[in-house]
Ligand binder design. Structure first.
Ligand code: GLN
Length: 330
């Protein structure tokens, strides 16, 4: 799919934003993550230092991309958003809430701490929460559940060919000690009920789907558009559940940086350890950013900087109260 853009002025602004952030210092850079290699320090990074793309897709289907916006990377934690939506569609709010809460945990995404009062993971945006929502996908078995996940993600991204990368999936399964321990611990607490290894594999397989910034921005734009993909007109999720997803993204989407993100950037977003961030401006557009350099919390350093600037310049913070004039001058 090409860019299909319509306004060259927006292209120019995005290109300028991209160039500036490509060259900017990254004072909070702490690590990189690659499947199979795990986390490694910045001094061991090679060409991935310069990998950086950004894409915007509007709710009327315009696409604007800059930098490596077509470069693919693993979806990782970004998948949690869409599987949570599937669980909501399959079971409704009340039932899903029995198995996974909507409280920010304040802990890292792979924490083994649960909400003990309710015997459930704190929220669906951390690993334990995603294991719980994955366990809820309505299907007869592994293959059917996987086909449903793959198919739904494809509707969000306007790409029916989305599929897991088997090499990445194998690496994720090989390095799954912590996720496996989490899943078994959850079963012992009665938080998941199905075959643990299947739920674990379904979770890690959804993490292993390669996407690019344009896919991410399209997925985000589908949420911005009430659940209907603005490019294909296909419905990815029932409209009432979009509000639930965005609420949880807003409060829990950026791991243990979620509060500061809500405070400073003020838009619903989700990050993943491969360096992707997707952000949703309801009724307007979706943002997909990718740059693999991560801060201590595991969020993309350039991704955060770009979203901060877009939020600031376009007055996107949900509680911003800018005058019309300020918006026109941005
Ligand atoms: N596959 C990674 C994990 O389960 C995804 C986590 C993430 O992106 N934060 O640990």
């Amino acid at each position: 799919m090409g860019k299909g853009h319509v306004d060259p002025r927006i292209d120019d602004k995005l290109e300028e934003l991209y160039r500036r952030h490509l060259d900017a210092e990254e004072p909070t850079l702490a690590k990189y993550y690659t499947p199979g290699r795990g986390y490694y320090p910045p001094e061991l990074a090679g060409e991935e230092r310069d990998h950086f793309g950004v894409c915007l897709v509007s709710t009327d289907g315009q696409v604007y991309g800059a930098g490596d916006y077509e470069l693919r990377f693993a979806l990782q934690s970004l998948s949690k958003v869409f599987v949570y939506g599937m669980a909501l569609c399959d079971h409704g709010r009340e039932r899903v809430l029995e198995n996974v809460g909507v409280e920010p945990s304040g802990n890292a995404f792979n924490s083994l701490v649960f909400d003990e009062r309710y015997n459930r993971p704190f929220n669906p945006m951390v690993n334990s929460g995603a294991l719980a929502t994955t366990d809820l996908i309505a299907a007869e078995g592994y293959t059917e559940a996987w086909e449903r996940i793959r198919g739904t993600f494809g509707v969000y991204a306007a790409d029916d060919t989305l599929e897991a990368d088997e090499e990445i999936f194998r690496e994720e399964m090989r390095d799954a000690d912590r996720n496996r321990a989490t899943a078994y611990l959850m079963r012992s607490y009665g938080m998941i009920g199905r075959e643990v290894e299947n739920t674990l594999a379904l979770y890690l397989r959804q993490c292993s789907i390669p996407v690019n910034c344009q896919d991410l921005a399209t997925m985000a734009a589908t949420l911005a558009n009430g659940g209907t993909n603005p490019i294909t007109g296909r419905q990815a999720i029932e409209r009432p559940y979009v509000r639930d997803i965005l609420s949880v993204m807003y409060t829990c989407g950026m791991y243990d940086f979620a509060g500061q993100w809500a405070y400073e950037v003020g838009i619903p977003a989700k990050s993943g350890v491969s360096g992707g961030i997707l952000a949703v401006i309801p009724g307007k557009f979706g943002i997909g950013v990718f740059s693999p350099g991560l801060d201590v919390q595991g969020n993309s350093v350039r991704g955060i900087a770009v979203c901060e600037e877009l939020s600031d310049r376009l007055g996107l913070h949900v509680f911003a109260n800018e005058s019309e004039d300020a918006l026109l001058q941005a």
